[in-house]
Design a binder for this molecule. Structure first.
Ligand code: CP3
Length: 350
């Protein structure tokens, strides 16, 4: 299929589509029994590092739901390992790093990676998936954004108040800048390698940047995020996502991206009006709404679709990743509702 025909890619470029396209952040994962069955045999990182398994998991939600895009199965932390940052996924706790980064000399030791050599399994998985879904739906590649990755490296895991990250930022600017610079360089290489391997869109996850004030974002983060997005170029659409980002929308637009991803803490129609209609938007159902009942999901879906209107350039998604234990039949219902209601509205307006 000609790339221009995929509703997801068209919406990224603000071109009209017959219905609103939908995909879900973390759409491959523990809420699916097919994923859990495979996960009994392999660890999460084993699945990421085996191209056949990663491809298989990428395809699981695609085979089950009528989603408009696939996202390659991997993790934002994957490029950190070849940089020399060691971590593991401890049971039920999320990522735990063996040693947190504190000083300039730690930053100097970080390696700038060669993605095709250091992370060949991801590039192979992308190639396998592209062959499988050719002509059906496009494939999204992704990375973390510099701030979110820097926060994992400095905190040594997930954090509530980001005291170590912000302290480094406020108290040792040269080390902070050196760290952000190095991560940005890695991300430019990493994302361009994914594009060369075949991804047709990119999402940059700045999951935790909403902990910053707008001024701090502009001062300490924006130049690096911008550098990454400028470094990826314009060959594929780029989605720039963050949570708790309602105070940062205009600045995120300035940093870059063809699409801004928003979470549920903001009305998406108002967010779009603030951003301006020369950029597309993605979001923003609260993932907890998917626990139901179905009538509630329907009401919230209509609210989101009505608030953006049928202006081209909206991609339906959750406001953050889908949660474990989400009922799979509700996901199927959500996808159908978005397609049916949005195509109905478009037909009525014709
Ligand atoms: O969207 C997709 O389906 C692609 C796969 C994907 C994963 N992680 C798989 C995963 C993507 C896009 C990510 C991104 C990611 N990883 C983010 C940004 C998105 C977001 O939610 O803000 C972040 C912050 C991470 C880091 C990470 N990975 C954490 C904090 C955890 C542990 C918490 C958790 O949800 O388990 C992971 C593990 C992880 N990444 C799992 C999956 C399917 C669960 C692994 C398992 O099976 O135990």
């Amino acid at each position: 299929m000609n790339e221009d025909r995929y509703p997801f890619l068209r919406a990224c470029r603000r071109q009209p589509t017959p219905y609103t396209p939908i995909w879900l952040m973390r759409q491959a994962g523990r809420y699916m029994k097919e994923y859990r069955a495979l996960r009994k045999k392999y660890s999460f990182l084993e699945m990421c590092k085996n191209p056949e398994l990663a491809a298989q998991v990428t395809l699981q939600p695609i085979e089950k739901f009528k989603l408009d895009a696939a996202i390659i199965f991997s993790d934002i932390l994957i490029p950190l390992e070849p940089m020399g940052v060691e971590f593991e996924f401890a049971k039920g706790e999320g990522p735990v790093f063996h040693r947190a980064l504190r000083e300039k000399k730690d930053v100097e030791k970080l390696r700038v990676i060669e993605p095709e050599e250091d992370i060949p399994y991801l590039m192979k998985a992308i190639q396998i998936v592209r062959k499988e879904i050719e002509g059906k739906i496009p494939l999204i590649g992704f990375s973390g954004a510099p701030f979110t990755l820097a926060s994992y490296v400095t905190e040594g895991g997930h954090s509530k108040n980001y005291i170590l990250t912000k302290s480094l930022m406020y108290q040792d600017r040269p080390t902070w800048d050196a760290l952000m610079e190095k991560i940005s360089e890695v991300l430019i290489r990493y994302l361009n390698a994914q594009i060369r391997s075949g991804v047709q869109a990119i999402q940059v996850f700045d999951s935790w940047v909403g902990c910053l004030s707008p001024d701090d974002y502009e001062e300490y983060v924006l130049p690096f995020s911008k550098k990454v997005m400028d470094g990826v170029g314009k060959s594929v659409p780029l989605i720039h996502f963050a949570t708790s980002n309602s105070g940062l929308l205009e600045l995120m637009k300035h940093a870059g991206g063809d699409v801004i991803g928003v979470d549920w803490r903001v009305n998406i129609g108002e967010a779009w009006a603030r951003l301006g209609y020369d950029i597309a938007v993605q979001g923003n159902l609260d993932p907890v709404i998917l626990f139901g009942p179905v009538g509630l999901i329907e009401k919230e879906v209509k609210k989101i679709l009505d608030s953006v209107g049928d202006r081209p350039g909206h991609i339906f998604n959750l406001g953050h990743g889908i949660l474990p234990n989400t009922p799979a039949d509700h996901v199927a219902a959500l996808v159908d509702m978005v397609h049916e209601y949005s195509s109905q509205v478009r037909q009525e307006r014709r």
